[in-house]
Design a protein around this ligand. Structure first.
Ligand SMILES: [Zn+2]
Ligand SMILES: [Zn+2]
Ligand SMILES: [Zn+2]
Length: 342
């Protein structure tokens, strides 16, 4: 009787139910994580996560909305203020120069705003609805490497992650960006990269144009005189005094245009440096065939090989580009092997 009870308790310990197909599986040893031999779903017996409180979700939602509005306002401000401060200068140079500047500004503004809206308001990539739960309906290997999302109470595909801000599972989730109020995932990652590129190019353009305009409306500076003033201490002091006098002059500092020129140049330079670092990190992750979340969670095994083909695939480059890349990489490999033999 005692022996029977012992056998039953061992069976209970090692018997687990697969969430995917509902079959009860008898495991050889106790394991908190196991994979179903029928449907391929992975069941984890780890600690159940508590759902987020309403207060926490509300705070994240408000933070995202606030930052999206800040980002939109900042972009609108840079466009409007940039046009206002630079317009008189470029049109004073020549009509063609003014038209050219207006066209470039309109194109950059359109691309930046449209890619921002696409990245922010397009779904980041929700998993497809799949049947699960009971054996006759769930087919063999139909839930291969799926896990169960305890937040959504739904199956989670292998390359998906749950975002607590968006309150959904996101395919190929890279990260949740509060400035677009959305996750960066399979469906909007390209728009996000295009947005970063567009902002960086636009900021470079703004820095260039504001510097040029400041130089143009700052005739008193006479940089040539300052540079050719000499290298001795007295000349350097005179040059410094001259620069300080010009900076404090009403032409630049006391006019709204001068203040805006300085602000726009420095603000856009700072944004450009910050976003260039972010873009570099994003392109590196794509090259490595990973996402930022997968690097953080060390789930490298779920991604493929690293290489330029990942970047071409990401941007949807045509097939001939792949062939060109493969042929060039094969040629370099052949060259390497022949040099080793020699
Ligand atoms: Zn199963
Ligand atoms: Zn989820
Ligand atoms: Zn998210």
């Amino acid at each position: 009787m005692k022996e029977e009870h012992h056998v039953a308790s061992i069976l209970d310990d090692h018997e687990r139910e697969c969430w995917g197909c509902g079959l009860r599986l008898l495991l050889a040893t106790y394991s908190p994580v196991f994979k179903c031999g029928w449907c391929g779903a992975i069941t984890s017996q780890n600690r159940k996560r508590k759902p987020d409180s309403a207060c926490f979700s509300r705070w994240r939602c408000l933070r995202d909305r606030f930052l999206v509005i800040v980002a939109l306002l900042f972009m609108s401000f840079v466009i409007c203020a940039g046009v206002w401060v630079v317009y008189p200068t470029v049109f004073s140079i020549g009509y063609f120069c003014g038209i050219f500047h207006s066209t470039v500004t309109a194109i950059l503004s359109f691309i930046t705003i449209s890619t921002f809206l696409l990245a922010a308001f397009r779904s980041a990539g929700s998993p497809v609805v799949i049947t699960w739960g009971s054996y006759p309906i769930v087919g063999k290997n139909s839930l291969e490497n799926y896990t169960f999302c305890t937040y959504c109470a739904k199956p989670k595909p292998p390359r998906a992650h749950h975002c607590r801000s968006c309150q959904m599972c996101v395919l190929d989730m890279d990260h949740h960006c509060p400035f677009i109020g959305n996750c960066v995932g399979a469906e909007n990652h390209r728009y996000f990269i295009a947005f970063l590129l567009s902002v960086i190019v636009s900021c470079l353009y703004v820095v260039g144009m504001t510097s040029y305009s400041a130089y143009h409306i700052w005739p008193a500076l006479e940089l040539e005189n300052v540079v050719s003033a000499g290298t001795d201490t007295m000349s350097a002091m005179r040059a410094l005094k001259h620069i300080l006098a010009v900076i404090a002059s009403p032409v630049l500092l006391l006019s709204a245009r001068g203040l805006l020129l300085i602000y726009l140049a420095f603000a856009c330079l700072a944004v450009k440096i910050g976003l260039s670092a972010l873009l570099w990190q994003q392109l590196y992750c794509i090259y490595e065939g990973k996402t930022y979340v997968s690097i953080l969670s060390s789930q490298n095994s779920e991604h493929g090989e690293k290489g330029c083909q990942n970047i071409l695939r990401f941007f949807g480059c045509p097939f001939w580009a792949f062939r060109l890349l493969l042929s060039s990489s094969n040629a370099s490999k052949l060259q390497e092997s022949s040099s080793k033999i020699l």
